[in-house]
Design a protein around this ligand. Structure first.
Ligand code: APR
Length: 297
């Protein structure tokens, strides 16, 4: 007879004939494993920032449910209508400025400060991890950041200070005055005559920056090098549908990692290939991640 209050979910589901989830639900066994983990990789998705009030992309209330990604988040969409694309990204920027990090961002930031062998790969384009104190050395923005600007024509990437200066008038723009093409900042390079500044995020159809991919590959290391084993792979708040980000889960597994997934939805056993040695925790990341990582605010 079970003595704890956790339902034996696996038995219930298999008895009803559905595909049986195989990952463990035991927080105690996860915490035990984490305590002996040296190298830890994390893949962070929109669900991490969801309870801070930033909408996800694909779930209930997700941005791509009501907005057309092809128009708003592709280079061809920007070429066709830069004003529309900027309006959409300015809304996201306003949202980000008005929201703050939650306990999961803080717990991950604390893990980073305690463990030099921890790397977080975030798909989020917000700055909530940084505002929770997560150090730049152990955080990579796979899809860039909303508040970094670059030229749509040449290879110019503005510094943080120059991006902030270029964004300021756009953010101050009164929403009753519609944005026009003349409001969109131009590339400051004299020789780049037609260049418009755009958000420095990775849009659909665009590759991830080569230097970023190389720095991650270097951290991950060769799969045959035993000294580069990864003990734990945390997968937090992502639908895990976007490549190459999702491929890092398999990469970590090949280096020995046990995978721990946190998601508000029920486990979909056809995704991610979780097995008995892995974990699946269903619920809000802002509640679960601090418990998993033993974070005491
Ligand atoms: N806690 C944990 N998980 C949550 C929460 C929450 N509070 N709220 C939602 N989720 C889960 C959803 O169930 C879903 O599985 O977070 C996941 C969010 O998935 P997506 O919206 O697809 O976001 P993500 O996986 O980060 O998207 C990847 O797609 O559009 C691109 O570039 C964009 O970086 C983004 C990428």
């Amino acid at each position: 007879m079970r003595t704890d209050s956790t339902p034996n979910y696996s038995d219930v589901v298999s008895a009803t004939g559905f595909l049986r989830p195989r990952a463990s639900r035991s927080m105690a066994s996860f915490q035990e494993h984490l305590a002996t983990s040296h190298r830890i990789l994390a893949l962070l998705g929109a669900g991490l920032s969801a309870s801070s009030g930033i909408p996800t992309f694909r779930g209930a209330g997700g941005v791509w449910r009501t907005h057309d990604a092809t128009q708003l988040a592709t280079p061809t969409g920007f070429a066709a209508d830069p004003v529309l694309v900027w309006e959409f990204h300015l809304e996201r920027l306003e949202e980000m400025k008005n929201k703050g990090p939650n306990a999961a961002h803080r717990a991950l930031s604390e893990l980073a400060s305690k463990n030099e062998q921890f790397l977080a790969l975030t798909m989020n384009i917000d700055d909530l991890s940084e505002r929770a104190g997560h150090s730049a050395e152990s955080l990579r923005h796979l899809h860039g950041r909303l508040d970094d600007l670059r030229c749509n024509m040449c290879d110019l990437h503005l510094s943080k200070t120059d991006s902030a200066a270029a964004l300021e008038p756009l953010l101050q723009n009164d929403s009753s005055t519609p944005l026009s093409l003349g409001d969109i900042p131009r590339c400051p390079r004299g020789e780049c005559k037609d260049g418009l500044l755009r958000p420095g995020v990775v849009w659909f159809t665009e590759p991830l920056p080569q230097a970023l991919l190389e720095s991650i590959a270097e951290w991950i290391g060769d799969e045959n090098d035993n000294s580069r084993r990864i003990d734990t792979m945390l997968v937090i708040g992502t639908s895990a549908l976007v490549y190459p980000a999702t491929a890092y889960i398999e990469g970590a597994r090949k280096r020995g990692a046990r995978v721990a997934v946190v998601d508000i939805e029920q486990e979909d056993p056809s995704l991610l290939g979780l097995a008995e040695q892995d974990w699946y925790f269903q619920g809000d990341a802002a509640t679960l991640v601090p418990v998993m990582l033993g974070y005491l605010p």
